[in-house]
Design a protein. Structure first.
Length: 386
C-alpha cells in the first residue's frame, strides 16, 4: 500500500512539473502568429520583426552560459517558479502594449525564462521520478517542452481564424493556465542547495569532432527561426497568415514523434540523415509559402521538424557528449551556443534581405546558404570521429 502511494505521489509530481514545463515553453511562441500584425501596426518591416524575435537569444544565452550553476546555490524549484513568473510577465506585457518594442522586451524575458528552465528541468524531473533509469525523466521533459513550443502558436492561430486581433483570447487563457502551473509547482519537493558551489560560468568548448555537430544544429535552428519569425509575413501575401501558428506547431512539436527512431541510430548517422532531410523540407516550405500552397508548407514543417528536433538535435547532442568525455558541460554549452546563433543571426539577416529585395530572392538566398552549410557539415561529419 505504501509503495503504491509513493508511486502515485511520484507520478503526480512528475505530471505537475511536466505541466509547468509545457506552460513555460508555450509562452515562447504564443505570440508568433501576431508578428506580422504587430509590425504592420507599428509601420515596420520584417527586419524589425526578426530583431524583436532574436531578443529571445539575448536573454537565453547569458543564463545558459553564465548562470548554469545557479541551481546548486538556490535549488531547482525557485528557478522553475521564476521562469513561470517571467513567462506570465512577458505575456501580460503584450496584452498591455501590443507593439514590437513590447514584443522585443517580452522575448528577452522569455529567453531568461527558458535559460533558467533548460538549466534545471532534466535534473529536477529525475529527482521527482526517483528512478535509476533517466529515460523516463528525459521522456517527460522532451514531450512536455516539445508540445509547449508549438502549442501556444497553434492555439493563437485558432482564435485568429475567428477574430483577427493583436490581443487574442489565447493570451488571457495562457495567464490562467500558467497561474495554475505556478500553484502546483509550489507543492513540489526539492533537494536542498548544495554546500559545494561550482562556478556559475560555463565556457563553451569544441572537442575534436564536436564542431561539425554544432554546425548541423546551427543550420537546423536557423530553419526553425525562419519559420517562426518570417513565415507569417510570407503567408500574409496570400491571406494565410492565420495558419502560421500551425506551421510553428509543425516545426517545433512534431519532431518529438521521430525521436524514438533517432535514438536507434548512431549519433553521426542520425545527424547525417537529418542533414539530408533539412534542405528538401526547407525547399518545400519556401515554395509553398511563395506560391500560397498551404499543404506544402505544413508538410514541409513536419519534415523539417523530424530533422531539427529529431535526428539532428538528438544525434548532434549525443555526438558532442560522446566526443567531450570529461568536458561534457563545456561541450554542451558550445553546442547550444551554435544552436542559438543559428536561431538568431541568419533569421535577422534574412529579415533585412526581405525588406531590401523581397521574399522570393531572400528566401532563395537563404536556401542556397542552407544547402552550402549542409554540404559543409556533411563533409565534416563524414571525417569526424565518433
Amino acid at each position: 500500500m505504501k509503495r503504491a502511494l509513493n508511486r502515485t505521489i511520484t507520478q503526480r509530481s512528475a505530471v505537475y512539473l511536466a505541466f509547468a514545463l509545457c506552460m513555460i515553453t508555450t509562452a515562447v511562441n504564443l505570440q508568433a502568429p501576431l508578428y506580422d500584425a504587430l509590425a504592420a501596426r507599428d509601420g515596420l518591416g520584417v527586419g524589425a520583426t526578426t530583431l524583436a524575435f532574436a531578443c529571445y537569444v539575448a536573454g537565453v544565452l547569458p543564463v545558459l552560459l553564465g548562470l548554469n550553476g545557479l541551481a546548486d546555490r538556490v535549488g531547482r524549484k525557485p528557478l522553475i517558479i521564476a521562469a513561470l513568473l517571467l513567462s506570465l510577465m512577458a505575456t501580460a506585457m503584450i496584452l498591455i502594449a501590443p507593439n514590437l518594442v513590447a514584443l522585443g522586451v517580452a522575448r528577452f524575458l522569455l529567453g531568461i525564462s527558458m535559460g533558467l528552465t533548460s538549466a534545471v528541468a532534466p535534473a529536477y524531473m529525475q529527482l521527482l521520478v526517483d528512478g535509476d533509469d533517466n529515460r523516463l525523466a528525459t521522456n517527460y521533459v522532451t514531450a512536455s517542452t516539445s508540445l509547449g513550443f508549438g502549442l501556444g502558436a497553434a492555439v493563437t492561430s485558432l482564435f485568429l481564424f475567428h477574430t483577427p486581433s493583436v490581443s487574442p483570447p489565447s493570451l488571457w487563457i495562457y495567464l490562467v493556465a500558467a497561474s495554475l502551473a505556478l500553484m502546483v509547482v509550489t507543492t513540489l519537493e526539492d533537494s536542498p542547495p548544495s554546500d559545494t558551489h561550482r562556478s556559475l560560468l560555463r565556457l563553451p568548448s569544441y572537442p575534436r569532432g564536436a564542431f561539425a555537430f554544432g554546425l548541423a544544429i546551427l543550420l537546423a535552428w536557423a530553419t526553425v527561426g525562419l519559420v517562426i519569425a518570417i513565415l507569417p509575413s510570407a503567408l500574409q501575401r496570400h491571406g494565410l497568415s492565420a495558419w502560421s501558428g500551425f506551421a510553428t506547431f509543425g516545426i517545433c512539436s512534431c519532431g518529438v514523434l521521430f525521436q524514438p527512431w533517432a535514438r536507434r541510430f548512431a549519433p553521426r548517422r542520425a545527424t547525417l540523415l537529418g542533414l539530408v532531410i533539412l534542405p528538401i523540407a526547407y525547399a518545400l516550405i519556401a515554395w509553398g509559402a511563395l506560391q500560397g500552397y498551404l499543404a506544402a508548407v505544413l508538410l514541409g514543417t513536419v519534415a523539417a521538424s523530424s530533422a531539427c528536433y529529431g535526428f539532428i538535435y538528438l544525434g548532434g547532442l549525443s555526438g558532442v557528449l560522446a566526443a567531450a568525455d570529461a568536458s561534457a558541460p563545456e561541450a554542451s554549452a558550445g553546442y547550444f551556443l551554435m544552436a542559438y546563433i543559428g536561431f538568431s543571426l541568419p533569421v535577422i539577416t534574412t529579415g533585412a534581405l526581405i525588406d531590401a529585395v523581397g521574399h522570393t530572392l531572400a528566401l532563395t538566398l537563404f536556401g542556397f546558404a542552407l544547402l552550402g552549410g549542409v554540404i559543409t557539415a556533411f563533409v565534416l561529419l563524414r571525417r569526424a570521429l565518433t
